[in-house]
Design a protein around this ligand. Structure first.
Ligand code: FAD
Length: 450
């Protein structure tokens, strides 16, 4: 019987606590969350703002009461952990309601503090309402602002997945949306040619896309000053320029912080202190292919790492296999998905690779609703090992990216995608699926290099 303390009560913290309880009915588990809510679906927040999800309550998977009653896990919300004393294995906690400080000892500690949304320090910030979207408080704040002030326009700084999801959702509720993106493309994890499909689609949907452009400041008359010299007037700003791992506590406690800025963990999610584990957006793990340091602030890694940490704490170790950085997002009518290494990453590492490209209809053209799907797969020209893939299209993108992920994990080379007996009926696919064709095309490319 151990005493296990958990810092953070959302994806990583709440999942690990629940998972430990499944494996260990005896230990004491206490979870600290500095905010008011636990276990909420951050990923659903853009759609609540866009009125696609209409029930705010549906975003909450659990409450402190349900954790106590169903799982015998004690949850203390509005309690912030402010210090970790490693030699004596004691936490100092601040009750944010009473300002009172107290201590709690642990046998095992799990860190799942997440990340901060990054906000650049620009002149004039605060002159117009500015938001980030990280937690329920942020979401409520945006929703309340929109309801009370009925704005008609906004600028989103950052063209990553949160920026683009919000571009769609703000458009959905009638706003005129500008996306300001510093680089020459949105969604940096995909290749430029794939991003072109998104650029066109955003424009078709009325989004003003400002590429190669960064926000330099806000004038006193509320004008946004852009690096291109352009000027823009909008009602409010949303910053979606990425996240910074929350490592302050860990750093203060002398835990190792890696080159990606995350807390360094091993294959069992232990930090350099074997009694302290860490999961989620705050940590650094390693790349599946390259074994090099990697940080992926997404929900799948947080959930998988929670399982790995819980198994180790319960004495039934399973090792983590590393991350590919698989991701998917809806951008209006298109879906964009990626896994593994992009063209840019491969070039940076000077790895030899070939790329097979294919585009075609998501299912039999004669059955209504078939949509174009564009696929790019990067692979080792000698043995066909798949390094990475990207897919953009109107339908069927999700299943194809997941087949590729399965192939990568299972070591299936690109040319053998032709032999996968994929499911077919006109509403779903074609007798030769798009990925089968990718396999046939790649076979020729591999043979030619031999
Ligand atoms: P969090 O979920 O942020 O939880 C950390 C918690 O720890 C916070 O509630 C924080 O208050 C608390 N905490 C921090 N420090 C302390 C302390 N000292 N004491 C007590 N409590 C503390 N991922 C996807 O894979 N797909 C998506 O579609 C997707 N959409 C997203 C959309 C939005 C708008 C956002 C914001 C994120 C999205 N994500 C998505 C990312 C995903 O939500 C995160 O990767 C995941 O929540 C990370 O879990 P975590 O437990 O590490 O951090």
């Amino acid at each position: 019987k151990q005493k296990i303390l958990v810092i953070g009560g959302v994806a990583g913290g709440a999942t690990t606590a629940s998972q430990i309880r499944k494996l260990d009915k005896e230990s004491t588990i206490i979870m600290f969350e500095k905010d008011e809510y636990i276990s909420f679906g951050n990923c659903g927040m853009p759609y609540y703002i866009g009125d696609i999800i209409t029930e705010r309550d549906s975003l909450f998977a659990a409450t402190p009461q349900s954790f106590k009653e169903k799982k015998n896990i004690e949850v203390r919300t509005r309690h912030e952990v402010i210090d970790i004393n490693r030699p004596s294995k004691i936490l100092t906690i601040k009750n944010l309601q009473t300002e009172e400080l107290y201590e709690e000892s642990y046998d095992k500690l799990l860190l799942a503090p997440g990340a901060y949304p990054f906000v650049p320090d620009l002149p004039g910030i605060g002159i117009i309402p500015s938001f980030t979207l990280r937690n329920i408080e942020d979401m409520d704040y945006i929703k309340q602002y929109i309801n009370e002030h009925t704005p008609s326009s906004c600028a989103i700084v950052g063209g990553g997945f949160i920026g683009l999801e919000m571009a769609e959702n703000f458009t959905q509720i009638g706003l005129d949306v500008h996306v300001i993106e510093r680089s020459e493309q949105v969604m940096k994890m995909i290749d430029p040619s794939m991003a072109e499909h998104l650029h066109e689609h955003l424009k078709e949907n009325g989004v003003h896309l400002l590429l190669n452009s960064s926000l330099e400041g806000i004038e006193s008359d509320r004008t946004l000053k852009l690096s291109t010299g352009e000027q823009l007037k909008v009602d409010f700003l949303l910053f979606a320029v990425g996240v910074k791992p929350k490592v302050d506590l860990a750093e203060k406690a002398g835990l190792t912080i890696g080159e990606t800025g995350g807390i360094v963990t091993n294959e069992f999610m232990q930090t350099n202190d074997p009694n302290i584990y860490a999961v989620g957006d705050a940590i650094q793990t390693f790349h599946f292919h390259l074994q090099t340091p990697k940080r992926v602030p997404l929900a799948w890694p947080a959930h998988r790492q929670s399982y790995i940490a819980a198994k180790h704490i319960a004495g039934e170790p399973v090792s983590f296999k590393g991350l590919l950085g698989t991701s998917i997002a809806k951008v209006f009518h298109l879906t964009v998905a990626a896994t593994g290494l992009s063209e840019k990453a491969l070039n940076q590492m000077e790895m030899e690779y070939k790329t097979v490209e294919h585009s075609g209809k998501s299912h039999a053209g004669y059955y209504p609703g078939a949509e174009y799907v564009y696929i790019r797969v990067h692979f080792n020209p000698l043995d066909g090992k798949i390094y990475g893939a990207q897919i953009v299209g109107g339908d069927g993108v999700d299943k194809r990216i997941d087949v590729i992920v399965t192939a990568i994990y299972g070591g299936i080379p690109v040319h053998e995608l032709q032999a996968l007996e994929t499911s077919y009926s006109p509403p779903y696919s074609s007798p030769k699926d798009l990925l089968n064709i990718v396999g046939y095309k790649a076979e020729d490319m591999i043979q030619k290099t031999k």
